[in-house]
Design a protein. Structure first.
Length: 156
């Protein structure tokens, strides 16, 4: 008898398989734009540039994702996929990050809530830097992200 394979290892193997990009109606992308809270201090920002979808996790650079179906997308720079869960009208209510054998859910949040969380992260980072005497690093990146959020507030 062979022992059952570790489910995390099985998912990781599946997630690392080559993906095939398919064409989809670019209007579908509008249903996915917005903010999704992965953890208390991590937000996915989903944006669109033309017919291309981008994901940005707090503290990281934007990554283009490519469709493998109308609700499933994959990154080419890392073994990661995103699945969108939608309501009956097709609007995303959450996304699921498939990476490193894990599947993590991120619920959709509104713009104001996302901006408040980004602002909170910036303030926490500034406090931490003041206490430790450090400059720059991840907390500065949070503040830059917070500045991005402030720009979003001004621009709409």
């Amino acid at each position: 008898m062979t022992p059952d394979r570790d489910p995390v290892a099985q998912r990781k193997e599946e997630q690392e398989k080559p993906r095939t990009e398919v064409e989809i109606d670019p209007r579908i992308l509008d249903n996915y734009l917005g903010y999704y809270q992965l953890k208390q201090n991590m937000i996915f920002t989903v944006t669109r540039q033309g017919d291309q979808l981008f994901m940005q996790l707090t503290g990281q650079r934007p990554v283009q994702v490519y469709p493998e179906s109308t609700q499933k997308f994959f990154a080419k720079v890392v073994h990661a996929q995103i699945s969108f869960v939608t309501d009956p009208q097709g609007r995303a209510t959450e996304l699921i990050l498939h990476q490193a054998g894990r599947e993590q859910s991120a619920k959709r949040i509104d713009k104001t809530e996302a901006q408040n969380l980004e602002d909170q992260l910036c303030k926490e980072g500034e406090r931490r830097n003041a206490l430790t005497g450090q400059r720059g690093g991840a907390s500065s990146h949070h503040c830059i992200t917070g500045a991005r959020a402030a720009k979003l507030r001004r621009n709409g």
